[in-house]
Design a protein around this ligand. Structure first.
Ligand SMILES: [Zn+2]
Length: 70
């Protein structure tokens, strides 16, 4: 039952009271939006926490990340 579409369900880290998307799970020092991950209170997957609980900037960057190389 493992989904092959991990790209649609990235790792998220809880820092402060907000979930942020990170690219490399626990290794990432900063979230997608640039927020430094100072404290890793928890980690999960996007679909576990729900988009409504996610940092809106991370969510927007994630959804808009479709390789716009000219
Ligand atoms: Zn963020």
């Amino acid at each position: 039952m493992t989904s092959p579409h991990e790209e649609e369900n990235p790792v998220v880290l809880l820092t402060g009271n907000t979930w942020h998307i990170v690219e490399h799970s626990r290794r990432s020092a900063a979230a997608l939006c640039g927020q430094a991950i100072g404290e890793r209170r928890a980690h999960a997957r996007l679909k576990q926490v729900g988009a409504a609980n996610l940092c809106p900037r991370c969510l927007k960057l994630f959804q808009g990340d479709e390789r716009r190389d000219a």
